[in-house]
Ligand binder design. Structure first.
Ligand code: GLY
Length: 350
């Protein structure tokens, strides 16, 4: 898989112009969603290269990361005369960059695409590393391919359009990157002041966070091994997210990841002696910023069942990514039902 160029931008117009100009193309398409069209498209629409662009718009939010939206994008590409030499710019959050990346990767067996993530979550995770896809059959990211964007533009200008829950949702993935890297990064993340956001500092931290992800993806682009480190917090997190969805208690992905990190650090402490003080410091941070998610013992079997659907599982075992310490990653940690129930007890009680 060819690697994307990551551009840390402080001038979005110039960065978009340069990134589009760097890829030879006959026609240019911009994919976005209705919310991003209103909030973020005005920040790039006057860039000269955009004058000839055809804009394709899909409805926002994850339930529209669907075959129906994908069909709409393919149809609009076809109607707009896209060829194998056309270029697509995905402007939006993870839903747009995932679906747009998949649409581009499959249209005429693949056209080039550039990601312009507009949420913190898509900046630090979805837009980088080549995972593309859609939800299908009730399961998230069930259909997709690995294929990197030509470039990814990270610009904090978009974060000013984001609300605090949106920032915190992305920040949970940054916390994950801190935990799998080193104590300095983790401590810097725990000390960030959300009362008075310093966007310059946040941009630097985003750059660091993406570099951690890139290093891991470079080593294992197709997730046969160490890339599973990026799933820390996600086995439990996805189960909590699925439960929330089923019970119509809407939670943002990053909140579920933050709670999942607490669960999996507890499991790490039990199995691998992850330091208890670091578990409790992380727990305090998560409680302060993400609150708690109430679960009942009656829901444990359901949560366990959701975990059995995790893509990392092998031969019927639920595999976690755990830590023996910050930066000391252990992948493929199969846990039994009793340990998982104990983990859920800890989460419920904390
Ligand atoms: N979101 C995890 C990964 O890209 O591998």
């Amino acid at each position: 898989m060819e690697k994307q160029e990551v551009i840390i931008s402080d001038s979005i117009g110039k960065s978009v112009g340069d990134a589009v100009g760097a890829v030879e193309h006959d026609r240019l398409f911009v994919l976005t969603d209705e919310t991003t069209l209103r909030l973020c498209w005005p920040l790039v629409k006057d860039v000269p290269c955009m004058a000839q662009a055809s804009v394709i718009c899909i409805p926002p939010t994850d339930e529209n990361k669907s075959l129906a939206s994908l069909t709409h994008v393919w149809t609009e590409l076809q109607r707009g005369g896209a060829t194998r030499h056309s270029l697509m710019v995905n402007l939006g959050g993870g839903m747009v960059t995932d679906l747009g990346g998949f649409a581009a990767s499959t249209f005429k067996r693949g056209i080039s695409y550039v990601n312009v993530p507009t949420t913190l979550l898509s900046m630090v995770d979805a837009s980088v590393g080549g995972k593309t896809g859609i939800n299908f059959g009730g399961l998230k990211n069930e259909i997709g391919v690995f294929n990197c964007a030509r470039s990814v533009i990270l610009d904090a200008v978009f974060l000013r359009t984001s609300d605090m829950p949106g920032i915190l949702s992305g920040y949970a993935e940054m916390l994950k990157h801190g935990l799998i890297s080193n104590v300095e990064n983790w401590a810097e993340l725990l000390n960030f002041d959300f009362q008075k956001i310093d966007y310059r500092h946040l941009t630097q931290m985003v750059g660091k966070s993406v570099a951690i992800k890139e290093r891991i993806v470079d080593e294992d682009p197709l997730e046969h091994g160490i890339r599973k480190a990026l799933n820390l917090g996600h086995t439990a997190g996805h189960a909590l997210e699925s439960l929330a969805l089923a019970e119509e208690r809407t939670v943002l992905h990053g909140y579920a990841v933050a709670w999942g990190l607490v669960c999996e650090l507890y499991l790490s402490a039990k199995r691998l002696n992850f330091p208890k003080d670091k578990l409790h410091q992380t727990l305090r941070f998560v409680k302060e910023h993400y609150g708690t998610f109430a679960i009942d013992c009656k829901e444990y079997d359901r949560l366990y069942d959701y975990m059995t659907h995790d893509k990392k599982n092998t031969a019927g075992r639920i595999n976690f990514t755990l830590l023996a310490d910050i930066g000391d990653i252990r992948i493929n940690q199969a846990a039994g039902k009793e340990e998982i129930m104990d983990m859920l007890d800890f989460f419920r009680e904390s």
